[in-house]
Write a protein that binds this ligand. Structure first.
Ligand code: 13P
Ligand code: SF4
Length: 352
């Protein structure tokens, strides 16, 4: 257990290592790329949300899975892992605001209206969502997607002669649709704050994709003007952004893609190349440190304060209690959602 005097950061990190060693192969610590460096160095596996979903699904030996990220990812691991395994979230208050922008009552209300179009519609929920929405998709032939596989998941829906209803991130939906040749006129934006779901009375009949009014504050503050300013300052610099940025920002950038896409693209680029990156700042700073042969500039210093709620102190607390055989912050998912939410995640993981 933690002593009463304030331990230094070095002491905390050392104690994390002691607890990890004690727990051995019983424990696996998973961390999202946006976590702070002190957490990253204490993790066994680091990845984007899709890589973490796959990593969680492959944990057969570890009894304890400690998930360093926002709550929907820890919840996702709880749903995917076997009931004998225990998943822990070091800070249950670390919750993605985007995931809170759609709730089950509003989604069900939209579903009733959308079904009246007579179209075959398949719901697709962004992984940034709570378990009840994943379960809704599982129940209605739908599935989950992440920013790394959104296009493949949409193609899967179209291959089944259906129209996707994607929630809650409008920007990821719109950016993905654009890469598939779908224009804004062919998308219908469902606005949960409007009684009929539409601010301008647009028609649902011609829609090739239904979207939801939701956004990520960390990415939507990255503007076209930031891209233009960087290009003026660094001639020839390449701009790469996450697809949670608005289409306006994506359209003036060179490339857009998931966290792992950004990482791989920069790593594979020639030494001496220069990149401006538009996504979460912890991650951009780390790419910069890991690629000293390249010039790497953040488009904006935009950090995810929810991801930052996971601190070494909170990770230590979970691990030291666990080493004493006590469970702190185990993740629980309402059993009424587990089966269908797992189905929606399984359908996603089956798409290669
Ligand atoms: P990735 O799927 O790229 O890991 O992104 C998750 C996220 O929350 C981005 O804001
Ligand atoms: Fe949610 Fe945005 Fe933070 Fe990702 S960066 S966890 S979408 S608030």
């Amino acid at each position: 257990m933690m002593s009463r005097s304030q331990p230094t950061k070095t002491e905390i990190l050392e104690r994390i290592e002691v607890a990890r060693k004690k727990l051995g192969s019983d424990l696996i610590v998973l961390a999202h790329f946006y976590q702070m460096d002190d957490i990253i160095q204490s993790a066994d596996f680091i990845g984007d949300s899709l890589q973490l979903a796959r990593a969680a699904s492959k944990q057969k030996d570890a009894h304890y899975i400690v998930f360093c990220s926002v709550s929907f990812m820890a919840e996702m691991a709880r749903i995917i892992c076997s009931p004998e395994q225990i998943v822990f979230h070091p800070e249950t208050k670390a919750r993605c605001p985007l995931a809170e922008m759609a709730n089950i009552d509003d989604v069900e209300k939209a579903w009733v209206a959308l079904e009246k179009t007579g179209k075959r519609i398949i719901p697709v929920v962004y992984v940034n969502s709570n378990a009840d929405l994943k379960a809704f998709c599982g129940k209605n032939e739908g599935l989950v997607c992440t920013s790394a596989n959104a296009k493949k998941v949409m193609e899967h829906v179209f291959s089944r002669n259906a129209v996707p209803f994607f929630f809650p991130d409008e920007n990821l939906g719109r950016n993905t649709a654009h890469t598939m040749g779908i224009s804004d006129e062919e998308m219908f934006l469902w606005d949960p704050y409007e009684t009929d779901g539409s601010r301008n009375g647009a028609s649902m009949n011609n829609a090739m994709m239904f979207l939801w009014r939701g956004f990520c504050i960390v990415h939507t503050v990255i503007l076209p003007s930031h891209v233009e300013a960087i290009r003026r300052q660094y001639k020839g610099i390449k701009v790469i952004v996450h697809p949670e940025c608005t289409p306006d920002t994506v359209n003036v950038s060179d490339l857009a893609g998931s966290t792992s896409f950004i990482k791989n693209t920069v790593e594979k680029s020639a030494p001496g190349s220069s990149w401006a990156i538009g996504t979460e700042i912890n991650f951009v700073n780390r790419i910069r440190k890991e690629n000293p042969d390249k010039l790497i500039i953040p488009l904006l210093g935009s950090g995810c304060r929810e991801m930052a709620k996971i601190t070494p102190e909170k990770l230590l607390r979970v691990l030291e209690y666990l080493a004493e055989g006590r469970a702190v912050n185990p993740v629980l998912v309402d059993g009424t959602y587990t089966e269908h939410a797992r189905l929606a995640l399984k359908r996603m993981l089956e798409i290669k």
